[in-house]
Design a protein around this ligand. Structure first.
Ligand SMILES: Nc1ncnc2c1ncn2[C@@H]1O[C@H](COP(=O)(O)OP(=O)(O)OP(=O)(O)O)[C@@H](O)[C@H]1O
Ligand code: SF4
Ligand SMILES: [Mg+2]
Length: 430
């Protein structure tokens, strides 16, 4: 199951949408790079996930899942608990997150006390260990310094130490190296990678620099005007970009190419976007069809309730046992199992709803429901019966054999990609 899954996310300021249906997912230990020009919505994606959109900004559509947790359905109090523990963010400017009035060791220690309930003493010791882990010189004395007493690179390391202190499942790194010189950039990227590997973190790495993104990402999503216009494995996107915008971005990268080609024009104003492809005014390949904006050929489709449920390592519930760890299978009456009810129940509660029968013992079922924290009534059933019910309800094979889909798609939201041969496919510098 992805550590983070974003489905058709929309963010708006007033009537203007700045994220226009973004779908992404990141697996544990994976790095997904998000790249695109300034203003295309990279940071808004991270901030929407963190529940930290700036005033006036709101999520106007879509869903965000941290594992099984529907983040947009969480009350602010719960979201605050998750921030800094299960999900953390590193910003370009450490001053955004570091308190200038507090010694850095204490800041890390406070995060540890808050999220992990460590005593003050233990938290301080762990804070120094964290500083050691991010390889700052003399961690003990570093812990006693204020942010302004550190160099830019040291401050960024402190940010990284803080972000990883509580072993987050997902780390969003928004331009973590942009303010640093090239040598420090590389050091911070290596550090992020090391900690990610140690902790199994899923990383969403945001940068306007496709060079930075390309050097560490497993997959890449290319943003343009609040949409993903291309996504695929890093290798595919870098070696065989299919969207003219990605080709332009790569042309703008200093590399072995003989000359640097920049993308003419500017990103569009969100307020005046029309029906045509948002890249059309800058695209050397546009043709008649581009008067309508194409969608990604094979977008990161929202998983159906069934698919999502099938990914769970579900278990069977013994109603005499009121401690029900992990996922449960629930049976509920047919009328409640209609699609519109299935989705919220299942997505929110990590419960696979499979079939239709009233529980025989409603009292026991209620106890189980309370223990599982779900709104539906689990009942006992044997494994074979449940598998039969799943097969009958969803068709096809029983789901236990379902394999993780390999996400190596290389797609582009461009008519040229969707209908090869359409329009004239010159190169950007023809
Ligand atoms: N507080 C705000 N009020 C209104 N619009 C905003 C606000 N903050 C950002 N935006 C708009 O949202 C769009 C997306 O912004 P975002 O910060 O996500 O861009 P970005 O891709 O992170 O750019 P950069 O590379 O410059 O950081 C921008 O075009 C901007 O105009
Ligand atoms: S759809 Fe493709 S070819 Fe048409 S304008 Fe957009 S990027 Fe260019
Ligand atoms: Mg940004």
């Amino acid at each position: 199951m992805p550590a983070l899954e974003i489905i058709d996310l929309r963010v708006a300021f007033g009537p203007v949408e700045v994220l226009r249906g973004v779908s992404l997912s990141v697996e544990p230990r994976e790095t997904l790079g998000i790249v695109g020009e300034s203003g295309c919505g990279k940071s808004m994606t991270g901030l929407a996930v963190m529940g930290l959109l700036p005033p006036g900004g709101r999520v106007s559509g879509g869903r965000i899942f941290l594992g099984d947790t529907d983040l947009l359905a969480l009350p602010e109090r719960k979201l605050r608990e998750l921030r800094g523990s299960d999900i953390a963010m590193v910003f370009q400017d450490p001053f955004t997150s570091l308190n200038p009035m507090m010694r850095v060791g204490r800041q890390i220690a406070e995060a540890l006390s808050l999220h992990q309930g460590l005593s003050r003493r233990k938290a301080r010791r762990r804070a120094v260990e964290q500083l050691e882990a991010v390889k700052v010189p003399a961690p003990k004395s570093m812990a006693r310094k204020f942010p302004h007493q550190l160099s830019g690179g040291q401050r960024q390391r402190v940010m990284v130490a803080m972000a990883f202190a509580c072993h987050p499942k997902v780390l969003i790194a928004d331009e973590p190296t942009t303010a640093l010189d090239v040598t420090l950039q590389a050091q911070i990227l290596v550090l992020l990678k090391e900690l990610q590997e140690q902790q199994g973190t899923a990383v969403l790495l945001i940068s306007h620099d496709i060079g930075v993104i390309g050097s560490v990402s497993d997959r890449i999503a290319v943003y343009y005007a609040g949409r993903v216009v291309e996504h695929g494995s890093a290798e595919a996107v870098l070696k065989t970009p299919v969207h003219p915008y990605t080709q332009g971005l790569l042309g703008a990268l200093p590399g072995d190419t003989e000359r640097l080609v920049s993308i003419p024009g500017r990103p569009p104003d969100f307020a005046t976007l029309g029906a045509e492809c948002s890249f059309a005014p800058r695209c050397a390949h546009r043709f008649e069809k581009c008067s309508i904006e194409p969608s990604l050929l094979a977008p990161a489709k929202p998983k159906t309730a069934e698919q999502r449920a099938l990914e769970h390592d579900f278990r069977f519930v013994d109603l005499d046992n009121t401690e029900i760890p992990g996922n449960v299978i629930a049976l509920l009456p047919e009328k409640a199992a209609r699609k519109h009810e299935l989705v919220p129940v299942k997505l929110l509660q990590n419960v696979l709803v499979v079939a239709m029968s009233e529980p025989a013992d409603k009292k026991a079922a209620n106890a189980a429901r309370t223990a599982a924290g779900c709104r539906i009534l689990p009942v006992m059933a044997d494994r074979a019966a449940i598998l039969r019910a799943i097969t009958k309800h969803y068709g096809g094979e029983p789901p236990v054999q379902a394999e993780e889909p390999q996400d190596t798609e290389h797609t582009g939201a461009c008519w040229l990609v969707q209908e090869p041969g359409a329009g004239a496919r010159e190169t950007m510098d023809d």
